[in-house]
Design a protein around this ligand. Structure first.
Ligand SMILES: *[C@@H]1O[C@H](CO)[C@@H](O)[C@H](O)[C@H]1NC(C)=O
Ligand SMILES: *[C@@H]1O[C@H](CO)[C@@H](O)[C@H](O)[C@H]1NC(C)=O
Ligand SMILES: *[C@@H]1O[C@H](CO)[C@@H](O)[C@H](O)[C@H]1NC(C)=O
Ligand SMILES: *[C@@H]1O[C@H](CO)[C@@H](O)[C@H](O)[C@H]1NC(C)=O
Length: 403
């Protein structure tokens, strides 16, 4: 009886969450969303029941025709499959390309864009730390986390919370951190030493020989995809995200159990018809010279998304055919567009913020987090606290009082 009551209440709670109605999502972080072009799926009501909760915001189909197209291209690509079995990049002779430097449009760009364009042709770098063993055996879900040398406290907390390697719902889950070279020149040698020690203890750091800068996050994406294609033939799913998010591995696996092993699965906090940001003050500002279309292709916020292993391999092949774009998650959206795979939006992924009002108590409400897959931006102490609350005997007995 008690069990039934709890289940029922969970359903209520999840139904409440997935309806999304009272919450204004903060969607300004990465893109100016055209209000007239809000994805209609966002407005759909919730359905009741746990399994339908997880399906709540899937589009009617990940259109069958599109999936078929993708499969066809997989087959044609597979025939030329001569995948290296180890990381095959051992030198980085990355010399700047001055071809644009005389051009007016180039001269008008900000320094970081100039740097990006001068090095955009340098596609792959050697590995400084590698862990192929993470993908041997029966890893079902590989959790990969973008991090930088100085954020060791975040990694520490992730290892103790959602990144802890274990069996969840009978499935093996493993965790890796993705890093480049420390960008602070003065401290680089020290940070590198500390990182090596950390990796000696935990053995969970992949590091490549490129600078860890904002615009090099796309390199992190392409390097991970190549790495995955090289070493992880048997891994079924990947979670990829930031090192300052809350994640529920339980909920990811519960969701995946309901998706029927779809090989083109890509799910997250998807933006449809996001516009490139043209305000110079914004972190995600993109000048017209870098991207001149009105909209980005659909893409999932890089704070946390889930994709199928077979799709990651295809994304690797496709990414090699495109020019790099300075925003990593938009770049991945461009790759998906080429594959004709539409990413699925799910309301349990909140990579652009839970509620608009940052001081709202909702952002601290454990019953809210319990039904989520990813929620962005927690300090390490907040993450531990929330993790403990969500994993205690939390009973979300009534509708959250502050709603
Ligand atoms: C720069 O331009 C030259 C001549 O057009 C071309 O051969 C070269 O590949 C270009 N360099 C890069 C890095 O694209
Ligand atoms: C990316 O990393 C490479 C290799 O370290 C570096 O030369 C380049 O300047 C970096 N690019 C940006 C935009 O920071
Ligand atoms: C937009 O950019 C593309 C590629 O850089 C270029 O070929 C095209 O002429 C540009 N269109 C406009 C309207 O500026
Ligand atoms: C944000 O939430 C706090 C706490 O709930 C409230 O006091 C404040 O008035 C809210 N601010 C806005 C702009 O809604």
């Amino acid at each position: 009886m008690f069990f039934l009551a709890v289940v029922a209440l969970t359903v209520v709670q999840r139904g409440t969450i997935s309806s999304g109605a009272p919450f204004q999502l903060e969607r300004q972080a990465r893109a100016d969303t055209d209000p007239a072009a809000v994805d209609p799926r966002q407005k759909q009501g919730s359905s009741s029941g746990i399994s339908s909760f997880w399906k709540a915001n899937r589009p009617e189909s990940s259109p069958k025709a599109l999936v078929t197209t993708a499969t066809t291209s997989e087959e044609s690509l597979l025939t030329q499959d001569q995948r290296p079995t180890t990381w095959d990049v051992t030198t980085s002779n990355c010399t700047p390309n001055y071809n644009f430097s005389g051009k007016d449009w180039f001269k008008s760009l900000e320094g970081n864009f100039k740097q990006f364009l001068m090095y955009r042709h340098c596609r792959y770098f050697p590995m400084l730390m590698n862990h192929p063993e993470k993908c041997t055996g029966h890893t079902h879900l590989l959790m990969v986390v973008k991090s930088v040398a100085t954020q060791h406290d975040r990694r520490e907390v992730i290892r103790r919370t959602w990144g802890k390697e274990r069996l969840v719902r009978g499935k093996q889950v493993k965790t890796l951190f993705l890093l480049g070279k420390p960008s602070n020149v003065a401290e680089r040698a020290n940070h590198q030493k500390l990182l090596e020690f950390e990796d000696y203890i935990y053995g969970d750091i992949l590091q490549w020989d490129f600078l860890d800068t904002f615009f090099n996050l796309t390199l992190k994406e392409t390097h991970f995809l190549k790495w995955f294609d090289t070493y992880c033939a048997n891994v079924r799913y990947i979670f990829k995200g930031d090192d300052d998010v809350f994640v529920s591995v339980e909920n990811i696996l519960e969701y995946l159990e309901g998706t029927g092993r779809e090989k083109s699965l890509f799910v997250g906090d998807v933006l449809f018809k996001a516009k490139p940001i043209r305000k110079k003050e914004n972190k995600y500002y993109i000048p017209q010279a870098m991207y001149n279309k009105t909209y980005y292709p659909p893409y999932a916020g890089g704070g946390g998304f889930v994709m199928a292993g077979p799709l990651a391999r295809k994304l690797h092949w496709v990414s090699d055919t495109l020019e790099l774009y300075p925003i990593d998650d938009v770049f991945l959206g461009m790759c998906l567009e080429v594959l004709q795979v539409t990413p699925v939006k799910h309301n349990a992924f909140k990579t652009f913020g839970l509620v608009k009002n940052k001081s709202s108590k909702l952002n601290k409400e454990p019953c809210f987090f319990k039904g989520m897959i990813v929620v962005h931006k927690l300090l390490p102490s907040e993450l531990v606290h929330m993790w403990n609350l969500v994993n205690s005997d939390l009973v979300c007995a009534q509708k959250v009082g502050i709603l």
